[in-house]
Structures are given as structure tokens and as C-alpha cells.
Write a protein that binds this ligand. Structure first.
Ligand code: GDP
Ligand code: GDP
Length: 434
């Protein structure tokens, strides 16, 4: 599992500036996909020796006890509770304020490892910047500048040092491991039950905390699968019926750990921003994706038509994914859903040889050549596969630096079509020899 780091602090200390620095996307392709809703509070940490997740908790207003501020504090507390480590930012220029002291007290009670970080410390000596903050009693302060980057790398490496390296579990890659995600009440538990009702369950483990999903191994038609259940079905069966506590971190972790994501939507409600955000997380992680539009029962033809159009409009960036219109409650469409999960898994894990890829590249560039880059014409010589889940195709050649996104998307789309890869995104990268 990737460790999760939460950024906490009063407004204006520099949380979002630091968040942007830590998550700055190298993957402009994903960043620029039209229509993709991005949640600027959750992101993948980049450029460190290990992968991690970052949460910007937004404001922390522990003093106010009602209204929207209270809601923010509640969300912040949940994020802190689910994080593996907390970076508590304070402002070098204002010293330790009463507000900082209240936050420090709350953080101490939560029992997470806390890094006291003095931001905006550019040009200041570490001991000078930190001196004022010893009274917060959270250990030796770090001095950084989120805006300029001073000390940021060292801080993150120090935080990450305490977590084991994420190991690739080879066994788990050998069969479909799919996460059932979606906002509360869309029917995730009902779907998981419908799936498991018919199959032989081999093992399941209990979730530890609210941010842990339940992993269930089962067989279907003599083939092994693992379901990552973010709704926690098994736990809900207990006497004290537990309402799912929706956790973005849990969902993000489940996406990371799956090789196929099943995104469940509620056909009887509008496609919400949260649906699009969750879809965006799956896309950003490069996972194979199947969309289950649930509660398809009880809709008339007109309503069905409206739902289809709304999905086309709001989730148009998921062109590679298969959509299934199902009724988990009545067990309708679950078999077809499985065919798509299998297909998406095969596509995500595909192995393509260099000769096949290079031949495909020839065909595709012949149909439409890459556009000129100023005076020079990009030349694509050969391609090899750089990874799976998602498949990555590395194209070698010269003058490949400024290939427009639209052409890259044309390549990706054409490669998927040629190799009949359905249900997975595919990424093209360039290696230019000059
Ligand atoms: P947030 O409310 O905690 O998310 O704070 P922001 O990231 O929005 O930053 C608040 C202000 O502090 C902005 O004007 C930033 O440009 C500025 N800021 C953030 N980090 C630094 C820094 O390292 N040095 C300086 N001098 N200013 C910073
Ligand atoms: P979760 O929070 O995503 O796990 O959602 P649940 O599985 O708990 O379902 C939420 C509500 O939707 C429950 O009352 C279910 O009975 C209902 N529901 C689930 N699937 C369907 C379906 O296919 N059709 C209809 N009409 N209701 C459904």
C-alpha cells in the first residue's frame, strides 16, 4: 500500500502550494484530457524514491463548532485519521499563533506521526526558523519553502523512510483483482453480494480501519478472482449495522491495488461531480475500467435515453471503458459485467512484441503522419512495450519532443483498436535520440 501523507495547517500557511509542488503531474496527457474532473485535494506524490498519496486537508478551523467550518474540521479530522503521516505546516513569518497551538493539541491526541514543518523559510537558517515553534511540543521543526522547493525533497524522503517499499505482488497480478468503487448508496454492496451469492468464496479478510477495504478471493467458472470491496459488505452483515463511511483515501488505495476498477453509478440519479472525480482517479492511475450503471430496473425508455445521454456528456473521457446497464438488486447483467472484467484484465496485461508494435506504428503513422515541429519532421523508428496495467508503448525516433497531445491520443486510440484492447487505457511515451 502506498503511504498517505496529510497536509494540515491553518489557512494561508502554504498547504496548497506545497500540495501542488508534491503532486505536480508529469503526466500532462492525463492532466489535459477534456472533461476530466480532477480533485485538487488528493494527488499522487511525484519525484520521491517511493510512491505515496497526498491529501490537502484545506482549512482547519477547530474553533468554529457549527456550519460549514465545522464540516471542514470534520473532514480534516477524518483525513488525518486515515493518513499514515501528517505534515503540520506553520508559517515562519507569523510565529506560533494560538490557532497553531490548538491544531497542535488536536494532532497530538490523534496519535499519528506528525512532522512539524515551518514553511516560507526561504533564506532563513533552519535553527532560526524553527526556534519559535518548539513550544508546540511536536519535536524538532523542519524548515522548508514550499514555494521555492527548499528542503521539500529531504522532508518527504524522511517521512517515507518509515514505510516499507511497495512490493509488487506477482501472484496477485496473475488473476483479475477488481475494486468495486462508487459513492455511497449507488449499490456497491448489493453488487458485491450479487457476485458472491453465486460463487465459491475462498477467503476474505476483515478490514482493519475505516480506510481499509475488504479483500475477498473467490472462483467463478473455475477461475480465481479477488474482489476489493470498498463498501465492506461482510462487516455490514453484523448485528450493529454499520453505514459505510465514505472515504476517498480508501477508494484511492483500492484503485491502486486493483488491476481492474468497476465504477458503480446510480442510473436513478444524475452523474455527479463525485462520480466523475472517482472515474478520474481510476484513469489517472491507469487502471482498466468497467462502468456499471446500476438500478437500471424501473426506468422507462425515455429515462434510459436521458441517462445514456448524460453519461455521454459527462464521462466522455472514458471512451475506452465498457458501460453495463445492470440491476444488482435483481442480479441482471452481472454475467456480462464479468465478461468485460475479464476482457479489460486481458487487455491491461497484454504483452506486445517489438516487431508487432513497430509494424503497427508503421501502419498508423502512414495513415496519418505526425505533424511538423517547426522546421523538422518527427521520425518514429520503432516501438517497444514499457509496461503493463496500463500498457505503455515507448516510441523511439528523432524530433519527438513536441508531439501534440491530439496526435498522441490518435496513436493511443489507434494502437488499442489495432490490437483490440478494450477496457484499458494505453499510454504512449517518446524516446527521442536527439
Ligand atoms: P493554504 O491556504 O495553506 O493552502 O496556503 P496557500 O498555499 O494558498 O499559500 C498562501 C500564501 O502563501 C500564498 O500567497 C502563497 O504564494 C504563499 N506561500 C506559500 N508557500 C510559500 C513559501 O514557501 N514562501 C513564501 N514566501 N510564500 C509562500
Ligand atoms: P452502497 O452504499 O453503494 O454499498 O449501496 P447499497 O448496495 O447499500 O445500496 C443502496 C440502496 O440501493 C439499497 O437500498 C439497495 O437496495 C438499493 N439498490 C441497490 N441496487 C439496486 C438496483 O439494482 N435497483 C434498485 N432499484 N435498487 C438498488
Amino acid at each position: 500500500m502506498k503511504p498517505t501523507i496529510a497536509l494540515v495547517g491553518r489557512p494561508n500557511v502554504g498547504k496548497s502550494t506545497l500540495f501542488n509542488r508534491l503532486t505536480r503531474s508529469r503526466d500532462a496527457l492525463v492532466a489535459d484530457i477534456p472533461g476530466l474532473t480532477r480533485d485538487r485535494h488528493y494527488g499522487h506524490g511525484r519525484g520521491a524514491s517511493k510512491p505515496y498519496l497526498v491529501v490537502d486537508t484545506g482549512g482547519f478551523e477547530p474553533i468554529v463548532t457549527d456550519g460549514i467550518m465545522h464540516e471542514m474540521a470534520r473532514q480534516t479530522l477524518q483525513a488525518v485519521d486515515e493518513a499514515d503521516a501528517v505534515i503540520f505546516l506553520v508559517d515562519a513569518r507569523s510565529g506560533a499563533t494560538p490557532h497553531d497551538k490548538i491544531i497542535a493539541n488536536q494532532l497530538r491526541q490523534l496519535g499519528r506521526p506528525v512532522y512539524l514543518v515551518v514553511n516560507k523559510a526561504e533564506g532563513l537558517r533552519r535553527d532560526m526558523a524553527g526556534a519559535e515553534f518548539h513550544e508546540l511540543a511536536l519535536g524538532e521543526p523542519w524548515a522548508i519553502s514550499g514555494a521555492h522547493g527548499d528542503g521539500v525533497r529531504e522532508l518527504i524522503e524522511d517521512v517515507l523512510e518509515h514505510f516499507p517499499d511497495a512490493s509488487e505482488d506477482e501472484d496477485a497480478r496473475q488473476h483479475p483483482k477488481f475494486a468495486v468503487i462508487g459513492r455511497p448508496n449507488v449499490g456497491k454492496s448489493t453488487l458485491v453480494n450479487a457476485i458472491l451469492g453465486e460463487e465459491r468464496v475462498i477467503a476474505f479478510d476483515q478490514a482493519g480501519t475505516t480506510r481499509d477495504s475488504i479483500y475477498i478471493d473467490f472462483e467463478r467458472e473455475a477461475k480465481p478472482y479477488t474482489i476489493i470491496d470498498t463498501a465492506g459488505v461482510r462487516r455490514r452483515g453484523k448485528v450493529d449495522e454499520m453505514i459505510e463511511k465514505f472515504s476517498v483515501i480508501k477508494t484511492l488505495q483500492a484503485i491502486e491495488d486493483a488491476n481492474v476498477v468497476v465504477l458503480v453509478l446510480d442510473a436513478q440519479l444524475d452523474v455527479s461531480e463525485q462520480d466523475a472525480t472517482l472515474a478520474g482517479f481510476a484513469l489517472e492511475a491507469g487502471r482498466a475500467l468497467v462502468v456499471a450503471v446500476n438500478k437500471w430496473d424501473g426506468l422507462d425508455d425515455y429515462a434510459k435515453d436521458c441517462v445514456r445521454r448524460e453519461i455521454d456528456r459527462k464521462l466522455n473521457f472514458l471512451g475506452f471503458a465498457k458501460f453495463h446497464f445492470i440491476s444488482a438488486l435483481h442480479g441482471k447483467g452481472v454475467g456480462d459485467l464479468f465478461r468485460s472484467i475479464d476482457q479489460a484484465y486481458q487487455a491491461a496485461m497484454v504483452k506486445l512484441s517489438t516487431p508487432r508494435l513497430t509494424r503497427a506504428l508503421d501502419v498508423i503513422t502512414e495513415r496519418q503522419a505526425p505533424p511538423r515541429n517547426g522546421m523538422s519532421r518527427p521520425k518514429m523508428r520503432y516501438a517497444h512495450q514499457g509496461g503493463v496495467n496500463p500498457p505503455v508503448v515507448v516510441i523511439h525516433g528523432s524530433n519527438l519532443v513536441n508531439i501534440p497531445d491530439s496526435y498522441t491520443r490518435y496513436l493511443e486510440h489507434s494502437l488499442c483498436k489495432l490490437f483490440k484492447l478494450e477496457g484499458t487505457p494505453l499510454r504512449v511515451q517518446y524516446k527521442s535520440t536527439d
